[in-house]
Design a protein around this ligand. Structure first.
Ligand SMILES: [Zn+2]
Length: 202
């Protein structure tokens, strides 16, 4: 069954980090379990066109080890990025900037605009590893948050069962939930039930 991907982070790198629902839980709910999942996410995120996905799918199906390696590498990068954005500091740590720079230096993709059924889309064409076309836009998105002054605006959802990260662009910097419909409503319902329980018992 095709997965439905959440894009509520406000930045590509945060949406990529959010492919795990609850980091640290015994079942973290990782949506990326196969290389096909990764490609499906990349297409939904408009990082790859359907044509680009088909090419990589063919490659991964004929070389399953390459698909597994690519997925493993992407997950490593996902963990690294999450560490950068959950350091609870106002500024990114020096070693994190160094790590991100080292990842950026390893990329050799070039940008190009492709016409996808009349929709013009920016694509990164990798020189070597095919997944660089997915990695590079994610890394650039992280670099943009860091250099654009938004680092301190990255927050984690207030729900105890959700570790989604998002860019808080609210005027008074008061957004608490990744998504009001998902976690905000659930929290409100729980608070309501708790109040009712207390008024009944008190
Ligand atoms: Zn949430």
């Amino acid at each position: 069954m095709p997965k439905s991907w959440e894009f509520i982070g406000g930045a590509l790198c945060l949406d990529f980090i959010n492919t795990v629902h609850c980091y640290g839980a015994s079942d973290p709910g990782d949506d990326l379990t196969t290389a096909d999942d990764l490609l499906s996410w990349a297409m939904a995120a408009k990082v790859l066109t359907p044509q680009g996905v088909s090419g990589m799918k063919r490659r991964f199906h004929s070389h399953p080890a390459a698909g597994r390696d690519a997925l493993g590498r992407m997950k490593q990068i996902r963990t690294q990025l999450r560490e950068i954005f959950t350091s609870s500091a106002r500024r990114p740590r020096q070693e994190h900037v160094r790590d991100l720079n080292s990842l950026l230096r390893q990329q050799t993709a070039v940008p190009g605009i492709v016409d996808e059924d009349g929709n013009l889309q920016l694509q990164w064409h990798p020189h070597s590893l095919p997944t660089q076309g997915i990695i590079l836009p994610i890394l650039l998105s992280a670099a943009q948050i860091i250099t654009g002054g938004d680092f301190a605006r990255v927050r984690e959802c207030a729900s105890p069962t959700c570790t989604f990260l998002f860019l808080d662009t609210s005027k008074n910097h008061s957004r608490r939930w990744c998504d009001m419909r998902m976690c905000g409503n659930r929290a409100k319902v729980n608070q309501f039930r708790e109040r009712q329980r207390r008024s009944r018992s008190g």
